[in-house]
Each structure stands twice: as structure tokens, then as C-alpha cells.
Design a protein around this ligand. Structure first.
Ligand SMILES: CC(=O)N[C@H]1[C@@H](OP(=O)(O)OP(=O)(O)OC[C@H]2O[C@@H](n3ccc(=O)[nH]c3=O)[C@H](O)[C@@H]2O)O[C@H](CO)[C@@H](O)[C@@H]1O
Ligand SMILES: C=C(OP(=O)(O)O)C(=O)O
Length: 437
């Protein structure tokens, strides 16, 4: 079983480079399916497990995908399959983002239902509402969503009940090829949506207003492959900003975009962390004594849910009572129990966690319950007494490239090892005889 073992103590110092954003590259790769001509060349693509998964989905669809370090080349000009089986969607919800592009290009798509996961039920009603408003017929059955359209999708005015990132992206991609004008209201405003719109526009789409509540899309007849550089990952950046702060370190987080992490910067500064904008990133200097703060997760530009568990780790070291309230996902506190194994003092009250700090954290064996929780436990391990062993690294690998190596580069005492699980260890003769006696 793979584990990351971290020994607490010591400040982090130096420079760490942030990769391209996972949540930007996944919809961009899915959008490449719309291009019926030409090749797309995507740069700054992070080498993540999720990128491998979506590339496998694309190949299953009959698109040609080439990966050369951080550059991905996609040719989707051949005839494509319009079905995405469960084995891919199960591994990664974002596989569902192929539905909009396929429906727009072929008038048909059949994609396995993504289902729930560790952080909440994550419905897809807003995606489907958008496709139906554009004239598609949607059937849900036998674990699949099947959508049909007679002829081209039709432009429509769609008001999202909640500002869903995935629904805004999926419907925006479908509308790019629809007949006439589509107006999307109450859209999600995350930087990754702006990145997707920029890519679609390079492919020949006419998308205006991404990053605001209202997006207007004038449908075009075809899209062609384009070259695009993925924006830096604001969540990876934020995770290393917390690593610097929690360890009282001094770290330059290279490629971090201040505009993308404003809410995080505001809260970290409130806690006493020094953050300076430099030419190529953000310098983060951790104070000797952190102050308690209250945080509520919200859609962008509010505080991101994907930074909630990492901030909770920081709060554990702050002096006083901090409250963190999760409003985006109903079940994103699985890491609380794991933090408790490390002697953290916190309790769940409804959608909030009350953190009594500072906790004298102790190393323990803990499991990553989702990808951000995995990172948060390692962050806590950086300041815990003794060794923290973090398992279930498959979650971490979905969203972080070389996390342990990067921390090590900043001076952390951390190793990733492959230790046999207890059940895989063949008992020695002595143990065997003591067991049978
Ligand atoms: C690959 C990717 O980009 N993932 C991000 C994306 O996920 P994802 O796109 O799945 O998240 P959404 O923005 O759709 O979800 C936000 C909220 O809307 C609700 N909802 C969503 C869709 C829908 O049809 N109906 C509905 O009610 C969800 O249950 C949730 O409460 O945004 C989340 C919120 O910032 C992030 O945590 C994820 O990292
Ligand atoms: C929840 C996340 O991702 P996904 O939507 O891909 O599960 C995340 O990146 O923290």
C-alpha cells in the first residue's frame, strides 16, 4: 500500500511551481471533442491521474490523444463514438462533461450517471435542464443518461437554479454549436469557466461574458482545433500557500495568480500570514502565532470549497476559536475524523466545524477521504509531533502532481513509500506457530 510519511517540525523555504489547473484542463479536453476539423494543442497540462482518465475516455470515443510531457495533442476529426461507459465516469465525475460536446456535434450522447461521492450527492439536474431547454430529449435509465436532439440544438435562455461549475461548462459547450443565441443566467464565475470560454473562442465559438453571472453564446456551425495554454491551478497554489503558513516558512508559490486566490489571501492575512505579490507568483511568510478566523465556503469569488480542508488544517494551529462553514457540498467533513486521530480539537455542528486552537497535533496513521483531505492531512503532518502516515493516495493523485516531492523540495521531511499492507504480509514461522498454539 502506498503511503506518504511526513515527520513534523521545520519550516518550509524556497520556491514551488504550480501546475496547470486540473479543473480547467478537464473541461478543455472534453471540449476538444467538438472540433470536427484540425488538431488541438494544449500546453501546461498537469500529469494527473484525472488527465489520464479523461484521455482514456477520449480515446474510447475514437479521438486521437497524444501526451508529451505537459503538452497534449487531440485530434477529434474522425467519426466518434457517442457513448461513455461507467468504468470511466465512476473514476472521475468530470467525464460527464463529454455529454454537452457530443450532443452538440452528433445530436446524441449516452453517458453513465456519475453518481454520488465522498463529498456529497452532486446531482446533475442543472446540466439536464440546460440540454432540454435547447431542445434535447433526455432519458435517464439503467444507470445512463441518454440525450437526443433532432437536428441542431436550439439557442435558449436558461436560468441555473444554482451556479454550478459543471452545468455552466457543459451547457456552454453545447450552446457553442447550437442554432441561434443562448443566454445563460446565474452562471458559475470560476476562473476555469473563463479559461474554457477562451479556448472555445479560439476554436471559433462566440462566447461572451464568461466570469460573470450572464454568458451569451452565439452558436456557430463548426469548431476547429486550437492551441491553448491551461491557467495555473489556484487550489494547488492555495495548498502550498497553507504549507508555507502552517510551517512558519517563507515560500514563493510560482505561477499563483493573485486574482484567482483573493478570498484565500484575505483570510490568510486575517490570520496574520504575510502575502506579497512578486513578478512570478506569491510569496507567503508564516507568522509565529496564527489568529483564529471564521470562513464560509461559497461559489467563486467566495471562499472555495476545494480549500476548506486545507484551511481547517491551518485553523488547527491558530490561537482561539475558528468556525468553518461548508455551504457548497453537504458532506465534505470526512477529514474531521482523521484530524481527530491526530489529536485535533474540533467538532461538527450541522454544516459548520468549530475548531478550538491551537491543537498539539500528534502524528498518526490517517486516510485521505478525498483529494483535498489528503493534502490537508499532510499539511497537518508538517507540524505534528512525530510521524504521520497518510494512505488512500489515489485521491491525492487525482489532483496533485508530485505532492510529496514538491514539499521535500521546500525542506519538508516527507517520503512516499510502498509498504505492504498488513493482510499482504506472509506471517513468519514464529508468528505462525504462536497463532496456531
Ligand atoms: C472538475 C471540477 O471542476 N470540479 C469542481 C466543480 O465540481 P462540480 O462542477 O461538480 O460542482 P458544481 O459547481 O456543479 O456544484 C456546486 C453545487 O451545485 C449543486 N448542483 C450541481 C449541479 C447540478 O446539476 N445540480 C446541483 O444542485 C451541487 O450539488 C453543489 O452543491 O466545482 C466544485 C465547486 O466549486 C469544485 O468543488 C470541484 O472541484
Ligand atoms: C472535488 C474536487 O474535484 P472533482 O469535482 O473532480 O471531484 C476537487 O478538485 O477538490
Amino acid at each position: 500500500m502506498e503511503k506518504i510519511i511526513v515527520r513534523g517540525g521545520g519550516q518550509l523555504n524556497g520556491t514551488v511551481k504550480v501546475e496547470g489547473a486540473k479543473n480547467a484542463v478537464l473541461p478543455v479536453i472534453a471540449a476538444s471533442l467538438i472540433a470536427s476539423e484540425g488538431k488541438s494543442i494544449l500546453k501546461e497540462v498537469p500529469a494527473l491521474a484525472d488527465v489520464t482518465t479523461i484521455s482514456e475516455v477520449m480515446r474510447y470515443m475514437n479521438a486521437d490523444v497524444g501526451i508529451d510531457q505537459n503538452t497534449v495533442t487531440i485530434d477529434a476529426s474522425r467519426e466518434l463514438t457517442t457513448e461513455a461507459p461507467f468504468e470511466y465516469v465512476r473514476k472521475m465525475r468530470a467525464s460527464f462533461l463529454v455529454l454537452g460536446p457530443l450532443l452538440a456535434r452528433y445530436g446524441h450522447a449516452k453517458v453513465a450517471l456519475p453518481g454520488g461521492c465522498a463529498i456529497g450527492s452532486r446531482p446533475i439536474d442543472q446540466h439536464l435542464k440546460g440540454f432540454e431547454a435547447m431542445g434535447a430529449k433526455v432519458n435517464v435509465g439503467n444507470g445512463f443518461i441518454e440525450a437526443y436532439a433532432e437536428g441542431r440544438l436550439q439557442g435558449a435562455r436558461i436560468y441555473f437554479d444554482v451556479p454550478s461549475v459543471g452545468a455552466t461548462e457543459n451547457v456552454m459547450m453545447a450552446a457553442a454549436l447550437a442554432e441561434g443565441k443562448t443566454v445563460l443566467e446565474n452562471c458559475a464565475k470560476e476562473p476555469e469557466i473563463v479559461d474554457l470560454a477562451n479556448y472555445l473562442n479560439k476554436m471559433g465559438a462566440k462566447v461572451i461574458g464568461a466570469g460573470t453571472e450572464t454568458i451569451r453564446i452565439h452558436g456557430v456551425e463548426k469548431l476547429v482545433g486550437a492551441e491553448h495554454t491551461i491557467i495555473p491551478d489556484r487550489i494547488e497554489a492555495g495548498t502550498f500557500m497553507v504549507a508555507a503558513a502552517i510551517s512558519q516558512g517563507n515560500v514563493l508559490v510560482k505561477n499563483a495568480e493573485l486574482e484567482h486566490v483573493r478570498s484565500l489571501v484575505a483570510k490568510m492575512e486575517e490570520m496574520g500570514v504575510i502575502i506579497q505579490e512578486e513578478e512570478d507568483g506569491l510569496r507567503v511568510i508564516g507568522p509565529e502565532k496564527l489568529k483564529a478566523v471564521d470562513i464560509k465556503t461559497m461559489p467563486h469569488p467566495g471562499f472555495p470549497t476545494d480549500m476548506q480542508s486545507q484551511m481547517m488544517a491551518l485553523m488547527l494551529r491558530a490561537h482561539g476559536t475558528s468556525v468553518i462553514t461548508e455551504t457548497v457540498f453537504e458532506n465534505r467533513f470526512m477529514h474531521v475524523e482523521e484530524f481527530r486521530r491526530m489529536n485535533a480539537h474540533l467538532k461538527i455542528e450541522g454544516r459548520s466545524v468549530i475548531v478550538e486552537g491551537p491543537s498539539d497535533l500528534q502524528g498518526a496513521e490517517v486516510a485521505a477521504t478525498d483529494l483535498r483531505a489528503g493534502a490537508a492531512l499532510i499539511l497537518a503532518g508538517l507540524v505534528a509531533d512525530g510521524y504521520t502516515r497518510v494512505t488512500e493516495l489515489k485521491h491525492l493523485d487525482r489532483g496533485y502532481v508530485d505532492f510529496a516531492e514538491k514539499l521535500k523540495g521546500l525542506g519538508a521531511d516527507v517520503e512516499r513509500i510502498n509498504e505492504p499492507a498488513m493482510e499482504d504480509i506472509e506471517p513468519t514461522t514464529d508468528v505462525k506457530s504462536s497463532l496456531s498454539s
